[in-house]
Design a protein around this ligand. Structure first.
Ligand code: CUA
Length: 229
């Protein structure tokens, strides 16, 4: 996400520079080349030099956009020996999660749970003041910070999309296909997202909440409560 943000700033700088240049050119032309100020126009129709300039400069600008764009794109694909794997399943209309890394570390518990949106009624019942309407879920996905995490994303019924803007992650959940993404969370906190692929009437009501905790705290959570109730 930091890379995406910096790339966005780079694009903004280029776009604003071009807008200023073109606006200035337009202003100069309108000011200096009207019939009033320039009644005897030049009548040449071709200039090799100027054509080379106005073809090559935009080409170099495009190159300066393409090169960081491609390196960013391929760096997103990189899977760097993840320590943890989270499997994400999209359902109509909730998400379920599986973690198989801890199957052998204690009892019969497999880390497997479903995550539903908290309805307005539930928000009132639990007197959960400060909870976000249509964004909170009954169970949050708990993940450690400073850990390489692999996300495996698929769907059970129709297309969904697992999205957390703050992580720069948006991966489609397709039935019959396992998509992969990698994640490295730098700081702890609660991160929100929503399904981002039209998947039916309750598409807007299958939010995603990730609670990122320091890895030592995560370790403790794993040891004490495998289900994260
Ligand atoms: Cu699931 Cu939209």
């Amino acid at each position: 996400m930091e890379g995406i943000y910096l790339f966005n700033l780079h694009l903004l700088f280029v776009i604003i520079s071009i807008v200023i240049l073109v606006a200035w050119l337009l202003f100069v032309i309108l000011k200096n080349f009207t019939e009033l100020t320039n009644s005897k126009p030049a009548n040449f129709t071709h200039s090799n030099a100027i054509e080379i300039i106005w073809t090559s400069i935009p080409a170099f600008i495009l190159l300066s956009l393409a090169s960081p764009s491609f390196s960013l794109l391929y760096s997103l694909d990189e899977i760097s020996n993840p320590e943890l794997t989270l499997k994400i399943l999209g359902h109509q209309w909730y998400w379920s999660y599986e973690m198989s890394d801890f199957n052998s570390c204690s009892n019969t518990h497999n880390l497997k749970y479903s995550s539903y949106m908290l309805t307005n009624e539930l928000l009132k019942e639990k007197s959960s003041i400060g909870f976000f309407r249509n964004l909170e879920t009954n169970k949050r996905v708990v993940l450690p910070t400073n850990t390489h995490i692999r996300l495996l994303i698929t769907a059970v019924d129709v297309l969904h999309s697992w999205t957390i803007p703050s992580f720069g992650v948006k991966v489609d959940a397709c039935p019959g296909r396992l998509n992969q993404a990698n994640l490295f969370i730098k700081r702890f906190g609660v991160f929100f997202g929503q399904c981002s692929e039209i998947c039916g009437v309750n598409h807007g009501f299958m939010p995603i909440v990730v609670l990122a905790v320091p890895s030592i705290q995560y370790h403790y959570l794993i040891m004490t409560n495998l289900t994260f109730n």
